[in-house]
Design a protein around this ligand. Sequence first.
Ligand code: FE2
Ligand code: FE2
Length: 200
Amino acid sequence: MPVRINTPISIAIIQKEHEDLSRVIEGMLYLVRAIQDGAAPPDLCLFRAMLYYITEYPERVHHPKEDQYLFSRIKERTHQLDTELDALSEQHSKGELLAHGLQHALLRYEFGGIDAFPHLHRLVEQYAHFYFAHMRVEEERIIPVAKQILTEADWKTIDTAFLENQKMIDATGQRYHYEHLLSLIIDIAPQQTESGNLMI
Ligand SMILES: [Fe+2]
Ligand SMILES: [Fe+2]
């Protein structure tokens, strides 16, 4: 069995994209919990930026590439992960629906008022739980097996596909600047001071 000594670049990119998605989800969690506690006025512009990032990048770029390149190659080499991979692919579709549900819940809160907040809060908590579990399975169950069974030729194809993502976030290109949007979110995301007060 081919065992990679070095981590393929595609795996490093997937892990970095998971970190970025986690930071955005944690930001959304922090925001709804702060609103719930009455600790901050709702920053809906920031919330919209977070949702926009999620629907434009992880949902449209990250997940489809996992399905199309990583999962399909693993299935060609082994059937031991078929059940897990099918469940993860289903979760990719479900994630898109959940993100749309979040957008709708945000609009209802924005235009319907405080009565719509508990629903939004509940959806954000569910979304966070759903995606943290999803990424954990990919990193702890799928990637270790992939490293053991995929060939150099497989990794070449997968690496090429995921390296394209980096071009998409290249600030010198003509493409949409996801990286810029992400740093904007991180820059303006609320942070807690030592005294526990919020800074925005
Ligand atoms: Fe995934
Ligand atoms: Fe992923």
